[in-house]
Ligand binder design. Structure first.
Ligand SMILES: Cc1cc2nc3c(=O)[nH]c(=O)nc-3n(C[C@H](O)[C@H](O)[C@H](O)COP(=O)(O)OP(=O)(O)OC[C@H]3O[C@@H](n4cnc5c(N)ncnc54)[C@H](O)[C@@H]3O)c2cc1C
Ligand code: FES
Ligand code: FES
Length: 484
């Protein structure tokens, strides 16, 4: 068992938890806090959403997180807020009251997660736009009794807060003491779960290599970024590794900064931090568009870009984007660091070029040499894996295309860098005929499989349509630029 200290709603708690227990299980089965619901147990519905407060640079920042994907050990040193922690005695929290007043209350399973999602939204942004509200609700799947009423509740709450900002604040009064209390949580949790699983939380590279000394056989190690891909298997007992190595505590690997040539993204940086980053929004639009459509708010608040790449999934949304941006993956091992061009990182289905003693410590993306865009086709706009995704970087000199990089997810065993459209287009003017021919060239080049998300033929058609859409967007933007 592993000893952890944290704040649970109003109370400072010290407790022992096994390494393979989820926060959801802890809240419901150990603490009896059944307001947090379990439905899918895989991050897909949002019923289990809680707010997690993390102390960073003297401030506590709250984020909506799926408690079914979060290991209980990660509560250590944090403020865990459940739906029971919002009301003030009999007085409902303003978010709850507004949902009630505007008929935004859904079924008993979904409502607590929606309340927590809106709570986190308003805590961080008291005047959200309709788009901000929609984004915050993207991880709470079902709105049986109406999405418009949730939007109305959010609009009303914004107006109430604007008129009376101090009367009924979003932040419960007891949060005032949380920052000081979190400082008393003590050092990082490490420990074992009987003989089955040991949890390691290295704070530096040196400590990571010490951990590797203990866990000599790579097959015994479970490397963890956000854990959104791995945790379900762990909680279900499908992982035989004896050492869980949590990489998110290595401070040097959590940096996100502009460099002379582009951007440096540490392996611990979450997808939400990337989505909120202004440099990415302005200089890497395809990555911003991709992040906006990926996963859900709750998953993005935990998952990392490094984790998304290391899954080497053929339908990873970020992989095509990083392929067209010509990113570099920076690895670390006891023997030193390597810089791998992203096109050499994926080697086969779900395999990467990482050596058994290596981890990813950062990803670097150079400023794009041209216009860029991302496109994703799936059954839903968010919370859905793509049937086909694609990214493009394009440069033109006058009317002639001088450079084109195009990559796809969902069309091969690995993320796929297309060559044929570029071979056809570079050096030519982008006419309607050229657009059609380039789209056909890209479609002829891929050999997708048929599965539940779409047949091979449908995927090939999507490839063709993605190319046409990208190129038409480029032409439209260029002509509106010329008109200005
Ligand atoms: C509900 C839901 C929706 C999703 N929707 C999408 C989607 O729309 N698009 C999409 O592309 N993906 C989607 N995913 C997958 C998700 O993006 C990935 O789970 C996430 O990006 C993985 O990041 P992580 O930090 O949580 O990885 P983890 O789960 O921590 O790790 C994933 C893998 O990478 C390895 N790893 C992690 N970090 C490192 C490192 N630094 N060095 C070496 N190995 C490492 C781990 O050992 C593991 O094998 C979804 C997942 C869920 C649960
Ligand atoms: S129970 Fe569905 S997201 Fe956690
Ligand atoms: S199932 Fe809960 S709102 Fe639809």
């Amino acid at each position: 068992m592993i000893e952890i200290s944290f704040i649970l709603n109003r109370d400072f708690v010290t407790d022992q938890v096994p390494a393979d227990m989820s926060v959801l299980e802890y809240l419901r089965d150990v603490r009896g806090l059944t307001g947090t619901k379990e439905s899918c147990g895989e991050g897909d519905c949002g019923a289990c959403t809680i707010a997690v407060g993390t102390l960073k640079d003297g401030d506590v920042t709250y984020r909506a997180v799926n408690s079914c994907l979060l290991p209980a050990v990660r509560m250590h040193g944090r403020h865990i807020v459940t739906v029971e922690g919002l009301a003030d005695g009999d007085r409902l929290h303003p978010v709850q009251q507004s949902l009630l007043d505007h008929h935004g209350v859904q079924c008993g399973f979904c409502t607590p997660g929606m309340v927590m999602s809106l709570f986190c939204l308003f805590l961080n942004n008291p005047e959200p736009s309709a788009e901000d509200t929609a984004l915050a609700m993207d991880g709470t799947l079902c709105r049986c009794t109406g999405y418009a009423s949730i939007q109305r509740a959010a609009i009303n709450l914004t107006e109430v807060l604007r008129k009376t900002p101090t009367d009924r604040p979003i932040m419960p009064a007891y949060f005032a003491g949380v920052r000081k209390q979190l400082g008393h949580a003590g050092s990082a949790p490490t420990g074992s779960n009987g003989n089955a699983l040991r949890w390691h939380f290295p704070r530096s590279e040196a400590e990571l290599w010490q951990t590797f000394n203990l866990a000599k056989d790579p097959a015994d190690r479970l490397l963890l970024g956000g854990g959104t891909d791995t945790m379900v298997a762990l909680f279900d007992g499908h992982i035989s590794a004896k050492h869980a190595v949590d990489l998110t505590g290595i401070a040097q690997w959590n940096d996100l900064r502009e460099t002379q040539n582009g951007i440096h993204i540490g392996s611990g940086v979450t997808l939400s931090e990337l989505l909120q980053n202004k440099l990415i929004a302005t200089r890497f639009p395809a990555l911003h568009q991709c992040l906006r459509q990926m996963c859900s708010t709750q998953v993005r608040n935990t998952a990392t870009l490094a984790g998304n790449l290391c899954t080497a999934s053929p339908i990873s949304d970020t992989a095509p984007v990083l392929l067209v941006y010509e990113a570099t993956v920076i690895t670390a091992s006891r023997d030193g660091s390597r810089r791998l061009p992203i096109q050499d990182f994926f080697t086969s289905y779900r395999h990467t070029a990482l050596r058994s003693n290596e981890v990813v410590k950062a990803i670097e993306i150079p400023f794009a040499a041209g216009w860029s865009r991302f496109e994703k086709s799936g059954k839903r706009r968010t919370l859905d894996i793509a049937t086909v995704s694609s990214a493009i970087v394009l440069r033109a000199d006058g009317s002639n295309i001088t450079n084109l990089r195009l990559a796809f997810g969902g069309v091969a065993a690995m993320p796929f860098l297309s060559r044929e459209a570029a071979t056809y287009l570079v050096g030519k003017p982008l006419t309607e005929t050229a657009v059609e021919r380039a789209a056909s060239a890209a479609a002829d080049e891929v050999h997708p499989i048929s599965d539940v998300r779409g047949s091979a033929g449908f995927r090939r058609l999507l490839v063709r349509n993605h190319v046409i859409k990208h190129l038409r967007f480029f032409l439209d933007e260029r002509s509106s630029h010329v008109r200005k």
